[in-house]
Design a protein around this ligand. Structure first.
Ligand SMILES: [Zn+2]
Length: 269
């Protein structure tokens, strides 16, 4: 599943090819995605793209009088192609901008192509999203305030998109390793110092993944076509039974909220 870093890599890949250009044509070959593609999307030709932003895992294409909202779902990818490139079976949506074309491929159709002419932050899919982990608003003070009184484990808090958006399973395990925090620690018991270490670790982990071009368990292909390679460099994720890269102790795997968590029992307390 494309995670926040993959979506950010996609955004950086496509933004220069969309921003400032006029939409010349739109093709909706399959409107039955996660939600039905609204008719307004097919009528976007003539609008100029002002910017391509990201909120959580949603891409927001500012068209002046409204925003195209794109989500990659479980298996979606966006590619830049020459207009007229014949569509393959799962190529459901094209946005043509003169001499280039943005194409959504989504075999499982859990992705989304939506339109809003209101403020995107007020859209039902976006309004309850938690803190953006790469923003300045996500810092030690906010994380400490956010965790007060919570008995849930810090791993599950990191995965709760209503509080912190888009950290994802791989990055939650990796961030907790970097911060030296055991994943089962009650969120409400973290000291200000540990919150500071964790906020910094989340940012470092996500930035490293973005630099590596994103990563995924599936066949994600970045906007420019290169495969993500973050996963081969993980500290603990998917390394159960293997020696910790820092101390040599055996990496452990536990299940929290039906998701696997990996950690080093010696480095994380
Ligand atoms: Zn270790």
């Amino acid at each position: 599943m494309p995670e926040l870093p993959e979506v950010e890599v996609t955004r950086r890949g496509i933004a220069p090819h969309l921003t400032g250009r006029r939409i010349s044509a739109v093709a909706v070959r399959e409107s039955r995605l996660r939600w039905r593609v609204p008719d307004a999307v097919a009528r976007l030709a003539g609008r100029k793209v002002r910017s391509v932003r990201r909120r959580g895992k949603y891409l927001l294409v500012d068209c002046g009088d409204g925003h195209l909202i794109l989500h990659l779902g479980m298996s979606g990818s966006l590619r830049l192609l020459a207009p007229g490139t014949p569509p393959q079976k799962h190529d459901h949506f094209d946005l043509v901008l003169g001499d280039r074309m943005l194409r959504l491929r989504d075999p499982r159709r859990f992705g989304a192509v939506l339109w809003t002419d209101a403020r995107p932050a007020a859209h039902p899919l976006l309004r309850d999203l938690g803190l953006e982990p790469l923003s300045a608003a996500f810092n030690s003070r906010r994380l400490h305030a956010l965790t007060r009184g919570l008995r849930t484990s810090i791993k599950q808090l990191l995965m709760d998109g209503r509080r912190i958006v888009g950290v994802g399973n791989i990055y939650a395990s990796e961030s907790l390793f970097r911060a030296g925090i055991h994943p089962a620690t009650s969120a409400g018991r973290l000291s200000p110092g540990r919150c500071a270490a964790l906020a910094a670790a989340v940012k470092r982990t996500l930035r490293a993944a973005i630099r590596a071009g994103g990563s995924s368990l599936r066949d994600y292909v970045g906007a420019e076509g290169e495969l993500g390679c973050f996963q081969s460099r993980t500290w603990v994720y998917d390394r159960a039974g293997r020696p910790c890269r820092r101390c040599g102790a055996k990496v452990k795997r536990i299940v929290q909220g039906q998701r696997s968590t990996f950690y080093c029992p010696r480095c994380q307390t």
